[in-house]
Design a protein around this ligand. Structure first.
Ligand SMILES: NC(=O)c1ccc[n+]([C@@H]2O[C@H](COP(=O)([O-])OP(=O)(O)OC[C@H]3O[C@@H](n4cnc5c(N)ncnc54)[C@H](O)[C@@H]3O)[C@@H](O)[C@H]2O)c1
Length: 479
């Protein structure tokens, strides 16, 4: 089919385990999740010739030892009577944009970290002909480099969390105290390309999360789930947005209820389904969970990713995976007019990637109680698209860039002028010290984009997916 540009993704084999991919079925199948990938065992499964019977590998990096990690005041430990051990955190989606930065941050803070990732995000790039603007190393090279710089080991489990057998093995072998779940298809435009992407998104996200809930119940029932949701679950109601719950008086009776959700893409709807499933299992099984309704993330650098070029995070600027501010900075750097969709009054919560890692750390350090479904709105400031275009234009001028803005017909179905006032106090109460969007951050993000501008594929900048034109037939958005 036209959109299947790649049936598998390449992964640099680790010298520790000479890995190879073994197709289970050479045909291009419509597998259980309805996305027509060629089916590989465990979706993408890493196996060594010696251990063909095993479903997946745990890969621990080993390399020269040179410690440059920041000294840490207190190591996060779990005490159990007389024994004490480092807190173990499983990061699902740890090869992605937020997950990679978080895995390094927590490892640096002396948590014991395991990454679980199917590497499907890299496959999306191959399928659609997209690329991170920043060159990103393979997950194996990333982890080896981290080990060589800090002496710290990050475990790696490569596989699909929709495969419960794989997830079971990962849970049983790592025994996490907390699971941070970033591992979803996270692009609204991707979910609106065609039927198969819509089905893939909802299957991948909803079933993956359901599997995580069952794994916690069966194998780690004390484990705290920290799940990445999105502010987009709430939509843009004409009243203030609360943090998860709203107290309503109706016909003389009062109750505190989940805040109404008005998702506006198949991706956002998958997050709403996740939230409902998590809330239900907290009640039914006593699971402890924190739903982090995250705003739009910007920035590339964190203290840890800055340590070496092989630790560099991804920077997406294309019309499918790029997020607003990151995209505008890249557009300004290459002299492309900033693409404001419609009237540009769309207002959302935003945060620096350095605050994403801080918020997750705070949630883990202050876990929810058993049976509690806690919701935090995870953003630090709100901006309209026009606000962002104005800020980038001003910052660009200071760097000698001639930044223009164009209005593009809005490919989405959304209000372009609306009331927006979302609460975000709970993480601040736990100790979040926000990095607010400043001139210096914008300068550094713009400079970063300028540094890599020769690699920009300008054809990927304009939006290519329309909410109204979504069809049943598979299609590619690659030019
Ligand atoms: N980036 C943002 O601005 C933003 C905003 C709000 C919420 N979020 C949420 O944060 C989370 C992380 O976002 P991101 O930008 O880092 O996304 P990303 O696509 O860069 O990373 C997601 C990672 O999860 C992996 N993954 C996906 N499905 C998987 C599966 N079934 N099994 C194992 N691994 C799987 C991918 O390979 C990828 O490495 C997502 O849940 C997203 O919805 C992100």
């Amino acid at each position: 089919m036209a959109h299947l540009l790649s049936a598998y993704c390449t992964v640099n084999p680790s010298p520790l385990t000479k890995a190879y991919y073994k197709p289970v079925d050479q045909r291009s199948t419509i597998c259980h999740n309805s996305i027509p990938f060629r089916r590989y065992e465990s979706h993408i499964s890493l196996r060594s010739p010696k251990e063909k019977h095993q479903r997946h590998h745990i890969i621990c990096a080993s390399a020269a030892h040179k410690v440059v990690s920041q000294p840490d005041s207190v190591s996060p430990h779990i005490s159990n009577g007389s024994t004490s051990k480092p807190k173990k955190v499983m990061i699902i989606g740890g090869d992605g944009y937020c997950g990679w930065a978080t895995a390094l941050h927590l490892s640096n803070k002396n948590y014991e970290v395991a990454i679980v990732d199917s590497l499907v995000r890299r496959l999306f790039d191959h399928q659609l002909g997209l690329n991170s603007l920043t060159p990103i190393a393979s997950i194996h090279d990333r982890i080896r480099r981290w080990k060589s710089l800090t002496g710290k080991t990050i475990q790696l489990h490569i596989g699909d969390i929709c495969d419960f057998e794989f997830l079971t093995e990962a849970f049983k072998s790592f025994e996490p105290d907390a699971v941070v779940h970033f591992g979803e298809q996270r692009s609204a435009p991707y979910s609106m390309i065609d039927r198969s992407r819509a089905v893939f998104t909802q299957h991948n996200n909803v079933i993956g999360t359901l599997n995580v809930l069952f794994a916690i119940k069966e194998f780690s029932n004390e484990c705290h789930l920290v799940k990445l949701g999105t502010m987009g679950e709430y939509g843009t109601p004409n009243i203030d947005i609360e943090e998860g719950y709203i107290t309503i008086t109706h016909n003389g009776r009062t109750d505190t209820l989940p805040y109404p959700k008005q998702a506006s893409s198949f991706y956002h709807l998958s997050k709403v389904h996740d939230s409902n499933n998590i809330a239900f299992t907290c009640k039914a099984w006593g699971i402890r969970a924190t739903d982090l309704n995250q705003g739009v993330v910007y920035g590339v650098r964190t203290d840890e990713t800055e340590m070496h070029e092989e630790l560099c995070n991804r920077l997406d600027y294309d019309g499918v995976f790029g997020t607003a501010l990151n995209r505008f900075c890249v557009q300004a750097a290459v002299g492309h007019p900033l693409t404001v969709y419609g009237k540009g009054g769309q207002t959302r919560g935003y945060l620096d990637i350095r605050d994403t890692v801080q918020c997750v750390e705070l949630a883990i350090a202050n876990p929810a109680n058993p049976g509690e479904f806690r919701v935090f709105n995870q953003f630090t400031e709100q901006f309209s698209v026009n606000d962002l275009a104005g800020l980038v234009t001003t910052a660009g001028k200071k760097l000698g860039l001639d930044v223009q803005t164009m209005s593009v017909p809005n490919p989405r179905v959304e209000a372009e002028e609306h009331y927006y006032n979302a609460k975000h106090t709970k993480l601040v109460e736990l100790g979040l010290r926000p990095h607010l969007l400043s001139d210096s951050l914008l300068d550094s993000l713009l400079n970063f984009a300028v540094q890599f501008r020769d690699s920009v594929d300008k054809q990927q900048i304009m939006p290519s997916v329309s909410w109204k034109k979504i069809g049943a037939k598979p299609r590619t958005v690659a030019i």
